[in-house]
Design a protein around this ligand. Structure first.
Ligand SMILES: N[C@@H](CCC(=O)N[C@@H](CS)C(=O)NCC(=O)O)C(=O)O
Length: 323
């Protein structure tokens, strides 16, 4: 089996979500470090424009967004299921909430001045400035909460998680749980863990977690999953892996469902609807109610298939160019 290649950087919370999934599934993987700010030429060679972190690659198939990456990993290694029967629906509902609301609360909370200094370590002021400028352009329309707003919201959310874990522990033995969505560990746990992992990177502000002992114990159990066995790879090598698979015509099977408003091989763009709106242009080769895939040809990576979840992405027909 081809090892999944994860394009990521160490301080990315969404990358931590996937690293913990890889740890839970004990899947060997290849690790490519990418820049935290633009430009990211080797990422864009694979994705065609998508610049968020992380991105997962299997040969010439490029998977964007952790909602899809986690689905693909669960198919690759069904052991330690992320969508256990019986709590799949509630697990997805909690995961969607955590990836949006909890993330956009925990991150601004942590990035207040005292936390920022610790997340960035000894980074020189120019690097901090470059980061601030990059993120301002990345999410221009976003109204960021003040530290006071973020702390109040985070405390409420931690309270909900504490009571959810308390409810579970009445029914479960300590060794099996409690878990966020019920009787088994699920995608909900990984989605709730990564924003709180980020808070813990900054001890100056991490005291907010202290009042929530069940959350603290659960987070410890989640983080002790680790990241599984990984081997470093250079980004140029990963592009070579894509080019080789593309030249052999090796892509995951996809199809365009006929009832979803688009024709196979239509020229389209796909772009996120929240932040990081860089569109990816290509020919539509896959469309279902939960995934969309475009094919594009890159001078270095070759004919790659770039896959996105359907939720949170907009597909647009490309305007035909006038002759
Ligand atoms: N919905 C996306 C969100 C990913 C995301 O927001 N990642 C952050 C880092 S944790 C990001 O891309 N920041 C800008 C960047 O890394 O360039 C997912 O689930 O993968």
């Amino acid at each position: 089996m081809n090892e999944p290649i994860l394009h990521h950087y160490p301080t990315s919370p969404f990358a931590e979500k996937v690293r913990l999934v890889l740890g839970a599934k004990a899947l060997p993987w290849r690790s490519v470090f990418i820049p935290a700010v633009m430009p990211k030429p080797d990422v864009v060679a694979l994705t065609g424009g998508y610049r968020k972190t992380p991105v997962m690659q299997l040969g010439a198939d490029i998977y964007c967004d952790t909602a899809l990456i986690c689905r693909v990993l669960d198919t690759l290694q069904p052991q330690a299921p992320l969508y256990p029967p019986g709590c799949e629906g509630v697990a997805e509902l909690i995961a969607q909430w955590a990836d949006q609301q909890l993330f956009w609360t925990a991150v601004p909370y942590t990035m207040q001045p005292a936390g920022l200094a610790q997340v960035f370590g000894d980074a020189p002021p120019e690097q901090m400035k470059a980061f601030a400028a990059d993120r301002a352009a990345y999410a221009p329309q976003l109204r960021r909460p003040t530290p006071a707003d973020a702390e109040a919201a985070l405390r409420s959310m931690l309270g909900w998680m504490e009571s959810q874990l308390g409810h579970q522990s009445e029914r479960l033995s300590a060794e099996h749980g409690p878990w966020m969505a019920g009787p088994a560990r699920s995608i909900a746990d990984f989605a709730c863990a990564h924003p709180l992992w980020f808070v813990r990177l900054a001890p100056a502000v991490a005291g907010v977690l202290d009042g929530f002992p069940r959350v603290g114990e659960w987070l410890q159990r989640m983080l002790s999953l680790g990241h599984g066995p990984s081997t470093r790879m250079k980004s140029a090598e990963a592009i070579g892996v894509a080019a080789t698979a593309a030249a052999a015509g090796l892509h995951a099977p996809v199809f365009v469902h006929p009832d979803l408003g688009f024709q196979p091989r239509e020229a389209v763009t796909v772009c996120a609807t929240d932040v990081g709106l860089d569109p990816v242009a290509g020919e539509l080769v896959g469309l279902t109610t939960d995934r969309v895939t475009v094919e594009r040809i890159d001078p270095r990576a070759g004919r790659v298939h770039v896959h996105f979840p359907r939720i949170g992405y907009q597909i647009k027909r490309q305007k035909a160019s006038t002759p």
